[in-house]
Design a protein around this ligand. Sequence first.
Ligand code: NAD
Length: 330
Amino acid sequence: MEKFFPGKTYFVEPPLDKDTAQLAKGYDVAVLFVNDRADAPVVEALANAGIKLIALRCAGFDRVDLQACAAHGIRVVRVPTYSPESVAEHAVALIFALNRHLTDAYIRVRMGNYSLSGLVGMEMRHKVVGVVGTGAIGAQAARILKGIGCKVYAYDIKPNPAVEAMGIKYLALDELLAISDIVTLHCPLLPSTRHLINRESIQKMKKGAMLINVSRGGLIESAALFDALESGQIGALGLDVYENEGGLFFVDHTKFDPSVRMQNWDRQFRTLLSYPQVLVTPHSAFLTEEALNNICTTTIQNIADYTLGKPLPNEVKAQPSPAPAPAGKA
Ligand code: NAD
């Protein structure tokens, strides 16, 4: 590290915004985590401070305005795969915990209540699981679920040969939603995937199905979940991510005075948490020793590559805007 970074490093605890971006003055690289928002005004502030590289310590780059970065000559690197197994294993952990009511059982036993009512689960073997998005993480989830005897089906805009080689069939999304006892989401958050699961698609799901999202909160229209949970259309919901998690997750809000806590109170999120069939973890699916080591090594390598003027294999770039349609065509 010394070899590549003879200069200074400075750790800033609060999340990135227009104000904290000023702290980057005098530095070349800003190292961001998953909920730091680098929208156009923040990117401009970073550029004014002299930042030339944004190094993301995560895979998803949905909170970085890549067009704005390109306009300011800031390059962006990420850690594309640090442990797909960790994230996939967490999705499966949520499935098991929800299916066997582990959190309820834990609380009951702690309280001295050993009754079994409401704790009935289902045998996982032969249950139909739909994996939506079969890249690095989805493929691992498919492997584990197939290994425990589930009938796994997949949906992706680009089928993965490694998943097909497991004997897993790709279906249209509607078809997959209609037959799945469990649907688990593993695609990135893009304009095309925002609210992929919405009021309409929830109605296409098998009644009582379990829905798991360890990918990005914006894949699900949160407001559509309430009716679905209350009617039993969604039987169980496991989330590691939430649409408006920025500013909420990765912070211990209990240390704040209630008046301060109220400023960040998310009524929608709190309501979701109150449902007995909902289990939420705080964006911790990635959090294993292996993943942390890989994130650290790749981030340092990304910065070293940039510093030494080498090619950046983990660079992400703005997609060129589609050409305007010829006159007379939609
Ligand atoms: P990946 O790029 O390897 O795979 C993404 C897959 O989604 C690809 O196969 C792609 O074709 C597919 N896809 C793209 N658009 C789609 C669409 N419209 N419909 C269906 N599929 C579509 O990414 P990955 O490494 O598997 O990660 C997936 C996502 O998981 C990341 O984008 C990130 O948001 C999330 N993630 C979450 C955590 C966590 O801790 N909760 C950790 C890492 C990654």
